[in-house]
Ligand binder design. Sequence first.
Ligand SMILES: NC(=O)c1ccc[n+]([C@@H]2O[C@H](COP(=O)([O-])OP(=O)(O)OC[C@H]3O[C@@H](n4cnc5c(N)ncnc54)[C@H](O)[C@@H]3O)[C@@H](O)[C@H]2O)c1
Length: 327
Amino acid sequence: MKRVLITGVAGMIGSHLLDYLIEKEYEIIGIDNFSFGKIENIRSNLGKDNFKFYRIDVGDYETLKILSKDVDVIVHLAAVKKISESDSSMATLKVNVNGTENIFEAARMWGCKVIFASTSDVYGMSPDIPFCEDGDLLLGPSMIKRWSYAVSKLYCEQMAFAYYKDCSVPVVILRYFGGFSPRSSFSWSGGHIPIFVDAILNDKEVIIHGDGKQTRSMAYVDDLIEGTFLAIENEKAVGEVFNLGNDEEMSIIDTALLIHKIASTGKELKLKYIKMEDIFGKYKDILRRRPDLTKAQNLLGYETKTSMEDAIRKIVECRRKEIENSG
Ligand SMILES: NC(=O)c1ccc[n+]([C@@H]2O[C@H](COP(=O)([O-])OP(=O)(O)OC[C@H]3O[C@@H](n4cnc5c(N)ncnc54)[C@H](O)[C@@H]3O)[C@@H](O)[C@H]2O)c1
């Protein structure tokens, strides 16, 4: 049986990973500062013998050091995700970089394996579709705050390899591509699918950035969790970076149409187009984002099991129940 420390355990991916590993009778130590995560996401596991939760910040190195003693694997998910131009980039840079360094230091001290959550954002505007792990990365200018997230994660990927090569810390880097579940934030940081679902079920306008022809490859959280589990278990993954997600590509506009069809509310779909510049300023939205999953398939035995249509069906059903129960 493995002892796993999950940072960001009350977040979307962290809480689903917790459910999955608890079911497999792993012993879990979870930490979160609830800056974005919710207690509801982990409540069903509180009090179980194989789960201990600590409300701490990943900046608190002294406590992290104590908690990671006797741990086999640290899955480092805690982060401040993408921000808009009106937000400060300070937390993204500091939490992501300093928190990750604390994790690697603790892992170095006790000899733990680290699974580091990176992101498809590091590919930036690369024209090389599908994105391959060893491909070049094309990031935008540092005056644009939106890039702080990709830059912070890319810096941490370099840090992961430095700890692997110089200090023999076993590391695996996972570049998640657009995951979602009913536990996603139904605000901008949770991505377009939860926002569209909410708008359509509440008969509100669906806001489309630009012409809506830009594509995304979105994955249901269960697939990301399976991939993460394979990375925890498989020693061949050590020292490697993997794309994880779903390579099904769908435009933003087609996604809105599909959600509307699945939700079958009987109401008309109300689309509202907003110019990219009005939302993002000088930031250029990524026009296509699709992972090459060959490496994860060959080395980890990863496969995407949930289609976009099935994933949307699940989130629509859950959100509909929540809306019915709240009103
Ligand atoms: N969800 C996705 O589609 C996606 C895509 C690419 C990468 N990722 C990466 O995967 C990881 C998990 O993503 P998620 O979608 O579950 O995000 P999330 O925001 O739902 O979860 C992150 C968790 O980290 C916690 N946290 C933030 N700062 C903290 C701090 N200083 N100390 C302790 N806890 C802190 C938050 O409270 C939250 O519970 C992140 O590192 C993210 O960058 C996610």
